[in-house]
Design a protein around this ligand. Structure first.
Ligand code: SF4
Ligand code: SF4
Length: 301
Protein backbone atom coordinates (compact mmCIF):
# COMPACT_ATOMS: atom_id res chain seq x y z
CA UNK A 1 0.00 0.00 0.00
CA UNK A 2 1.09 3.53 -0.78
CA UNK A 3 0.02 6.03 1.86
CA UNK A 4 0.47 9.80 1.69
CA UNK A 5 0.82 11.45 5.07
CA UNK A 6 -0.59 14.91 4.60
CA UNK A 7 -1.89 17.93 6.45
CA UNK A 8 -3.50 21.18 5.44
CA UNK A 9 -0.55 23.17 6.76
CA UNK A 10 3.10 22.95 7.61
CA UNK A 11 4.02 22.12 11.20
CA UNK A 12 1.08 19.78 11.87
CA UNK A 13 3.48 16.88 12.38
CA UNK A 14 3.29 14.85 9.18
CA UNK A 15 7.07 14.40 8.92
CA UNK A 16 7.22 13.35 12.54
CA UNK A 17 4.43 10.81 12.02
CA UNK A 18 6.00 9.51 8.77
CA UNK A 19 9.41 9.07 10.38
CA UNK A 20 8.11 7.25 13.45
CA UNK A 21 5.82 5.02 11.39
CA UNK A 22 8.86 4.12 9.28
CA UNK A 23 10.72 3.24 12.48
CA UNK A 24 8.06 0.72 13.60
CA UNK A 25 7.07 -0.58 10.14
CA UNK A 26 7.42 -4.37 10.20
CA UNK A 27 7.35 -5.04 6.46
CA UNK A 28 9.48 -3.90 3.50
CA UNK A 29 9.08 -0.15 3.20
CA UNK A 30 10.10 2.81 1.07
CA UNK A 31 9.99 6.12 2.95
CA UNK A 32 9.54 8.97 0.50
CA UNK A 33 9.98 12.67 1.06
CA UNK A 34 7.78 14.42 -1.50
CA UNK A 35 7.97 17.81 0.20
CA UNK A 36 10.49 18.73 -2.48
CA UNK A 37 10.52 22.47 -1.74
CA UNK A 38 11.62 21.89 1.85
CA UNK A 39 12.50 18.23 2.40
CA UNK A 40 13.29 17.30 6.00
CA UNK A 41 12.45 13.62 6.45
CA UNK A 42 16.17 12.86 6.01
CA UNK A 43 16.91 14.91 9.13
CA UNK A 44 15.06 12.29 11.17
CA UNK A 45 15.84 9.10 9.27
CA UNK A 46 19.51 9.94 8.48
CA UNK A 47 19.64 7.92 5.26
CA UNK A 48 22.83 6.88 3.55
CA UNK A 49 22.41 8.20 0.04
CA UNK A 50 23.52 5.85 -2.68
CA UNK A 51 22.29 7.42 -5.91
CA UNK A 52 21.45 10.89 -7.10
CA UNK A 53 20.10 12.06 -10.41
CA UNK A 54 19.17 15.43 -11.81
CA UNK A 55 15.68 16.01 -13.14
CA UNK A 56 15.24 18.20 -16.20
CA UNK A 57 12.38 19.89 -18.03
CA UNK A 58 12.54 20.14 -21.81
CA UNK A 59 12.34 23.81 -22.81
CA UNK A 60 12.78 25.44 -26.21
CA UNK A 61 15.96 27.07 -27.48
CA UNK A 62 15.86 29.01 -30.71
CA UNK A 63 17.96 29.07 -33.84
CA UNK A 64 17.26 32.63 -35.10
CA UNK A 65 18.58 31.78 -38.55
CA UNK A 66 15.76 29.32 -39.09
CA UNK A 67 12.94 31.42 -37.59
CA UNK A 68 10.44 32.72 -40.16
CA UNK A 69 8.69 34.97 -37.55
CA UNK A 70 5.30 33.31 -37.94
CA UNK A 71 4.63 33.74 -34.18
CA UNK A 72 2.80 30.40 -33.97
CA UNK A 73 4.95 29.43 -30.99
CA UNK A 74 3.98 32.60 -29.15
CA UNK A 75 0.28 32.06 -29.89
CA UNK A 76 0.20 28.53 -28.55
CA UNK A 77 2.15 29.22 -25.36
CA UNK A 78 -0.47 29.81 -22.68
CA UNK A 79 2.26 30.37 -20.10
CA UNK A 80 3.67 33.47 -21.81
CA UNK A 81 7.10 31.89 -22.05
CA UNK A 82 7.38 33.13 -25.62
CA UNK A 83 6.90 36.77 -26.63
CA UNK A 84 7.29 38.76 -29.81
CA UNK A 85 8.85 42.22 -29.67
CA UNK A 86 9.12 44.24 -32.85
CA UNK A 87 8.93 41.06 -34.89
CA UNK A 88 11.63 39.30 -32.87
CA UNK A 89 10.83 36.17 -30.87
CA UNK A 90 12.07 36.07 -27.27
CA UNK A 91 12.01 32.97 -25.06
CA UNK A 92 11.66 32.95 -21.26
CA UNK A 93 12.63 29.39 -20.33
CA UNK A 94 11.98 29.91 -16.61
CA UNK A 95 8.29 30.37 -17.39
CA UNK A 96 8.07 27.27 -19.61
CA UNK A 97 5.86 24.42 -18.37
CA UNK A 98 7.28 21.92 -20.85
CA UNK A 99 4.01 21.26 -22.71
CA UNK A 100 5.83 20.89 -26.04
CA UNK A 101 3.25 22.96 -27.95
CA UNK A 102 5.79 25.33 -29.51
CA UNK A 103 7.84 22.44 -30.94
CA UNK A 104 4.68 20.99 -32.49
CA UNK A 105 3.65 24.16 -34.32
CA UNK A 106 7.00 25.56 -35.43
CA UNK A 107 7.03 25.16 -39.21
CA UNK A 108 10.75 25.70 -39.75
CA UNK A 109 12.55 23.62 -37.13
CA UNK A 110 13.80 26.80 -35.47
CA UNK A 111 13.18 25.40 -31.97
CA UNK A 112 15.68 22.98 -30.44
CA UNK A 113 15.16 20.92 -27.31
CA UNK A 114 17.00 22.57 -24.46
CA UNK A 115 16.58 21.79 -20.78
CA UNK A 116 16.09 23.45 -17.43
CA UNK A 117 17.10 21.82 -14.15
CA UNK A 118 14.13 21.08 -11.91
CA UNK A 119 15.97 19.53 -8.99
CA UNK A 120 17.46 16.25 -7.86
CA UNK A 121 16.15 12.86 -6.82
CA UNK A 122 18.18 10.98 -4.25
CA UNK A 123 17.92 7.35 -3.22
CA UNK A 124 19.41 5.48 -0.32
CA UNK A 125 18.64 3.42 2.75
CA UNK A 126 17.79 4.37 6.31
CA UNK A 127 17.19 2.85 9.74
CA UNK A 128 20.04 0.35 9.63
CA UNK A 129 19.31 -0.48 6.00
CA UNK A 130 15.79 -1.72 6.76
CA UNK A 131 14.00 1.08 4.93
CA UNK A 132 14.66 2.27 1.41
CA UNK A 133 14.63 6.04 1.13
CA UNK A 134 13.70 8.37 -1.72
CA UNK A 135 13.76 12.14 -1.68
CA UNK A 136 13.05 14.91 -4.19
CA UNK A 137 14.66 18.29 -3.80
CA UNK A 138 13.62 21.22 -5.99
CA UNK A 139 16.40 23.45 -7.36
CA UNK A 140 16.56 26.75 -5.48
CA UNK A 141 14.70 29.31 -7.54
CA UNK A 142 12.65 26.71 -9.43
CA UNK A 143 8.96 27.57 -9.34
CA UNK A 144 7.54 24.29 -10.70
CA UNK A 145 7.52 21.27 -8.43
CA UNK A 146 4.93 18.88 -9.98
CA UNK A 147 7.17 17.62 -12.86
CA UNK A 148 9.87 16.65 -10.35
CA UNK A 149 7.25 14.95 -8.19
CA UNK A 150 5.91 13.02 -11.18
CA UNK A 151 9.43 11.80 -11.93
CA UNK A 152 9.89 10.89 -8.26
CA UNK A 153 6.68 8.90 -8.39
CA UNK A 154 7.79 7.07 -11.56
CA UNK A 155 11.07 6.22 -9.80
CA UNK A 156 9.15 4.99 -6.76
CA UNK A 157 7.01 2.78 -9.03
CA UNK A 158 10.20 1.21 -10.44
CA UNK A 159 11.61 0.67 -6.94
CA UNK A 160 8.39 -1.06 -5.87
CA UNK A 161 8.42 -3.16 -9.01
CA UNK A 162 11.97 -4.32 -8.33
CA UNK A 163 11.32 -5.11 -4.66
CA UNK A 164 7.65 -5.02 -3.59
CA UNK A 165 7.12 -2.92 -0.48
CA UNK A 166 4.76 -0.52 1.20
CA UNK A 167 5.44 3.18 0.74
CA UNK A 168 4.90 6.04 3.16
CA UNK A 169 5.02 9.43 1.46
CA UNK A 170 5.63 12.55 3.50
CA UNK A 171 3.44 14.92 1.44
CA UNK A 172 4.04 18.62 0.80
CA UNK A 173 2.13 20.87 3.21
CA UNK A 174 -1.07 22.62 2.23
CA UNK A 175 -3.42 21.77 -0.60
CA UNK A 176 -1.73 23.36 -3.61
CA UNK A 177 -0.54 21.68 -6.85
CA UNK A 178 2.40 19.72 -5.36
CA UNK A 179 0.20 18.14 -2.69
CA UNK A 180 -2.51 17.16 -5.18
CA UNK A 181 0.19 15.75 -7.50
CA UNK A 182 1.33 13.47 -4.68
CA UNK A 183 -2.03 12.47 -3.20
CA UNK A 184 -3.65 11.59 -6.52
CA UNK A 185 -1.13 8.76 -7.03
CA UNK A 186 -1.46 6.98 -3.67
CA UNK A 187 -3.85 4.35 -2.35
CA UNK A 188 -4.90 6.28 0.74
CA UNK A 189 -4.20 9.45 2.71
CA UNK A 190 -3.45 9.73 6.40
CA UNK A 191 -4.36 13.25 7.49
CA UNK A 192 -2.42 14.63 10.42
CA UNK A 193 -4.71 17.05 12.28
CA UNK A 194 -3.27 19.77 14.47
CA UNK A 195 -6.14 20.56 16.87
CA UNK A 196 -5.42 24.29 17.22
CA UNK A 197 -8.03 26.66 15.70
CA UNK A 198 -5.85 27.35 12.62
CA UNK A 199 -4.79 23.72 12.42
CA UNK A 200 -8.39 22.52 12.53
CA UNK A 201 -9.39 24.90 9.75
CA UNK A 202 -6.51 23.75 7.53
CA UNK A 203 -7.31 20.11 8.30
CA UNK A 204 -10.87 20.61 7.02
CA UNK A 205 -9.47 22.35 3.92
CA UNK A 206 -7.22 19.37 3.25
CA UNK A 207 -10.09 16.92 3.69
CA UNK A 208 -12.25 18.87 1.23
CA UNK A 209 -9.40 19.28 -1.26
CA UNK A 210 -8.56 15.55 -1.35
CA UNK A 211 -12.17 14.31 -1.29
CA UNK A 212 -12.64 14.52 -5.09
CA UNK A 213 -9.63 12.22 -5.57
CA UNK A 214 -11.70 9.37 -4.12
CA UNK A 215 -8.90 7.98 -1.94
CA UNK A 216 -9.71 6.53 1.48
CA UNK A 217 -8.74 9.03 4.16
CA UNK A 218 -7.88 8.43 7.79
CA UNK A 219 -7.00 10.82 10.57
CA UNK A 220 -4.48 11.02 13.37
CA UNK A 221 -4.63 13.91 15.83
CA UNK A 222 -1.21 15.22 16.74
CA UNK A 223 -0.52 17.02 20.04
CA UNK A 224 -3.86 15.99 21.51
CA UNK A 225 -4.82 16.96 25.04
CA UNK A 226 -2.77 20.14 25.21
CA UNK A 227 -3.85 22.11 28.27
CA UNK A 228 -6.57 24.59 27.46
CA UNK A 229 -7.22 23.12 24.00
CA UNK A 230 -9.88 20.52 24.84
CA UNK A 231 -12.27 22.22 22.40
CA UNK A 232 -9.78 21.79 19.56
CA UNK A 233 -9.49 18.04 20.11
CA UNK A 234 -13.25 17.71 20.25
CA UNK A 235 -13.67 19.77 17.07
CA UNK A 236 -11.50 17.28 15.15
CA UNK A 237 -13.32 14.30 16.66
CA UNK A 238 -16.73 15.79 15.83
CA UNK A 239 -15.66 16.56 12.27
CA UNK A 240 -14.43 12.98 11.82
CA UNK A 241 -17.73 11.61 13.14
CA UNK A 242 -19.75 13.91 10.92
CA UNK A 243 -17.79 13.03 7.77
CA UNK A 244 -17.26 9.32 8.44
CA UNK A 245 -13.48 9.75 8.71
CA UNK A 246 -11.82 6.96 10.70
CA UNK A 247 -9.86 8.53 13.56
CA UNK A 248 -6.98 6.11 14.07
CA UNK A 249 -5.10 7.68 16.96
CA UNK A 250 -4.59 10.76 19.09
CA UNK A 251 -0.91 11.36 19.84
CA UNK A 252 -0.63 13.29 23.08
CA UNK A 253 1.08 16.62 23.50
CA UNK A 254 4.10 16.28 25.79
CA UNK A 255 6.49 19.18 26.20
CA UNK A 256 9.48 16.89 26.65
CA UNK A 257 8.60 14.94 23.52
CA UNK A 258 8.29 18.19 21.56
CA UNK A 259 11.74 19.27 22.76
CA UNK A 260 13.32 15.95 21.84
CA UNK A 261 11.65 16.02 18.44
CA UNK A 262 12.95 19.55 17.85
CA UNK A 263 16.40 18.08 18.42
CA UNK A 264 15.86 15.53 15.62
CA UNK A 265 14.86 12.47 17.67
CA UNK A 266 12.13 10.16 16.48
CA UNK A 267 9.06 10.13 18.72
CA UNK A 268 8.92 6.35 18.41
CA UNK A 269 12.39 6.20 20.01
CA UNK A 270 11.58 8.35 23.02
CA UNK A 271 10.09 5.66 25.24
CA UNK A 272 8.32 2.29 25.10
CA UNK A 273 5.00 4.14 25.44
CA UNK A 274 5.73 6.30 22.39
CA UNK A 275 6.84 3.29 20.39
CA UNK A 276 3.64 1.48 21.33
CA UNK A 277 1.56 4.44 20.13
CA UNK A 278 3.13 4.20 16.68
CA UNK A 279 2.84 0.41 16.58
CA UNK A 280 -0.87 0.85 17.36
CA UNK A 281 -1.17 3.53 14.68
CA UNK A 282 0.58 1.28 12.14
CA UNK A 283 -1.80 -1.58 12.89
CA UNK A 284 -4.85 0.69 12.85
CA UNK A 285 -3.73 2.12 9.50
CA UNK A 286 -3.36 -1.34 7.97
CA UNK A 287 -6.72 -2.45 9.30
CA UNK A 288 -8.51 0.70 8.14
CA UNK A 289 -6.87 0.39 4.73
CA UNK A 290 -7.93 -3.26 4.34
CA UNK A 291 -11.47 -2.36 5.38
CA UNK A 292 -11.57 0.51 2.88
CA UNK A 293 -10.33 -1.79 0.10
CA UNK A 294 -12.94 -4.42 0.97
CA UNK A 295 -15.68 -1.78 0.93
CA UNK A 296 -14.42 -0.51 -2.41
CA UNK A 297 -14.38 -4.00 -3.92
CA UNK A 298 -17.81 -4.70 -2.40
CA UNK A 299 -19.06 -1.52 -4.03
CA UNK A 300 -17.75 -2.63 -7.42
CA UNK A 301 -19.14 -6.17 -7.17
S1 SF4 B 1 6.99 24.02 -24.24
FE1 SF4 B 1 4.92 24.84 -23.89
S2 SF4 B 1 5.14 26.14 -22.09
FE2 SF4 B 1 7.20 25.80 -22.88
S3 SF4 B 1 7.59 27.51 -24.21
FE3 SF4 B 1 6.78 25.85 -25.50
S4 SF4 B 1 4.57 26.22 -25.59
FE4 SF4 B 1 5.38 27.45 -23.89
S1 SF4 C 1 7.03 29.00 -34.56
FE1 SF4 C 1 9.16 28.73 -35.16
S2 SF4 C 1 9.36 29.93 -37.00
FE2 SF4 C 1 7.48 30.61 -36.03
S3 SF4 C 1 8.11 32.34 -34.76
FE3 SF4 C 1 8.24 30.53 -33.48
S4 SF4 C 1 10.36 29.86 -33.66
FE4 SF4 C 1 9.97 31.27 -35.34
Amino acid sequence: MKIAIASGKGGAGKTSVTASLARVWDAPLVAVDTDAEAPNLHLFLHPTMEQSRTSWLTVPEMDPEKCVHCEKCRDICTYKAIASFAGRISLFPDMCHGCGGCFAVCPSGALRRGRRELGVLEQGTALEGKVRFLMGRTRIGESMTPPLLREEHALLARMLEEIPADALLDAPPGVSCPTVTVTRDVDAVLLVADPTPFGFYDFTLAHKAFLPLGRPMFVVINRAGAEGNEEGDEAVRAYCREHGLPLLAALPFEREAAEQYAGGRLLADLSPAWRERFVALRDALREAFSRAMEEKEGGHA
